[in-house]
Design a protein around this ligand. Structure first.
Ligand code: V47
Length: 362
């Protein structure tokens, strides 16, 4: 069956189909991805009101693509105290944030019990605050540090009040590329295993893919297919987040850099291949807000959140350090012909905005 035929029949796509999708012209591909997106979410664009907290940038690993961790290119190392993390969260809660997204560098001075104290205290003070914490790479690091199984680390996270896991640390699953860009980090099998175990405990997580560096289309497709396999078994991934590689201040030498068309194609391909993951997030901090908004016509249905302070993409050159004002989300969503929907971390709808709620319409 030809690729267009398969798309028209909503047939499940395989690896070769993924390559063929990329060969389609941007608008044909976008048309099919948008049909799929509209059939699932209509004209809704999801976002949440959240705060990112990165307690330290002192890392035992040196991922070549990472500009956030302290190294020769980023001499500004930092390490928050527990009280500082709690204070940041408390201030953010006063401003109405509903989720803290806590991820960190791999630093043995901030061990599992250091974080557990923070999670427990956060839940004590703010029982309704959603704690999204620890990438699978951190779970792997902490399990090695304490000689605990993954299950034991995950159980301790649950006991301390962690609600969901973010999708970071996935990078690109291809092991040859991993060995080159992030040697020493959790391998792809274990990244997937940790999420599968988390899902089996009845909880949800997200999955990222870092693209636009040394990988090729075939590795992106393989990455998506491996996620789809896990999702067939667990149903625990809420969102797929293709992260656009930021090129500044790191050790990865990349001559070519991706144009918008390839970014949009990758988002569209992910919508079509990942037929079992409900949401595709065009992460504004890595794609820019305007391209993330265009991506809503190419399969994405989510922008991520207001973030308040963004440290990872911005270290690599993105203009995301100060987060995003809610008003800007609302205005750009409405002027693009979509409906802004504030969601919680698990995609329950909290508020569907009417045009008259938004500054642009007043
Ligand atoms: O895992 C590091 C990536 C990720 C660079 O789950 C880079 O909802 C681009 O995972 N260029 C952390 N990306 C961010 C992340 C995330 C973000 C938003 C929402 C969610 C979610 C997860 O950032 C890391 C790594 O893959 N990263 N360096 C860079 N130069």
């Amino acid at each position: 069956m030809g690729i267009i035929n398969k798309l028209e029949k909503n047939a499940r796509l395989d690896f070769d189909d993924g390559l063929k999708l990329y060969e389609l012209d941007l608008f044909t591909l976008g048309h099919f991805a948008n049909l799929r997106r509209v059939s699932m979410w209509g004209k809704k664009v999801y976002f949440n009101i959240n705060r990112h907290i990165n307690p330290t940038n002192i890392c035992k690993d040196i991922c070549k693509f990472c500009a956030f961790s302290a190294n020769r290119k980023n001499p500004n190392s930092y390490k928050y105290t527990k009280e500082e993390v709690l204070q940041i969260a408390e201030d953010a809660c006063k401003r109405g944030i509903k989720e803290v997204h806590i991820v960190s560098a791999h630093n043995k001075e901030h061990d599992l019990y250091w974080y557990i104290d923070i999670f427990k205290e956060l839940k004590r003070r703010f029982p309704n605050l959603h704690i999204k914490a620890f990438t699978a790479a951190e779970v792997h690091f902490l399990s090695t540090l304490h000689n605990l199984s993954y299950e034991e680390v995950l159980d301790k996270m649950i006991e301390a009040g962690v609600d969901s896991m973010p999708g970071g640390g996935a990078e690109i699953f291809d092991e040859k590329i991993r060995a080159y860009i992030c040697k020493g980090k959790v391998d792809s099998k274990n990244w997937l295993k940790i999420h599968e175990l988390w899902h089996k405990s009845g909880r949800f997580s997200n999955a990222t893919m870092l693209f636009g560096h040394v990988e090729e289309r075939k590795e992106r497709i393989e990455h998506m297919l491996r996620l789809r396999d896990v999702q067939d078994r667990t149903g625990g991934f809420n969102a797929f987040i293709p992260l656009v590689y930021q090129r500044d201040n790191n050790y990865l030498k990349v001559d070519k850099f991706l144009g918008s068309a390839e970014i949009l194609k990758t988002i569209a391909v992910s919508r079509l291949i990942l037929d079992n993951i409900p949401h595709i997030k065009a992460y504004w901090a890595s794609a820019t807000l305007s391209l993330a908004m265009v991506a809503q016509e190419f399969g994405a249905d989510d922008l991520d959140g207001t973030i308040e302070k963004e440290a990872i993409q911005s270290a690599g050159g993105a203009k995301s350090a100060g987060g995003q004002a809610l008003k800007d989300f609302l205005d750009i969503i409405v002027t693009s012909g979509f409906i802004p929907v504030e969601r919680d971390s698990l995609y329950n709808e909290l508020r569907v905005y009417e045009e008259t709620d938004c500054g642009v319409c007043q």
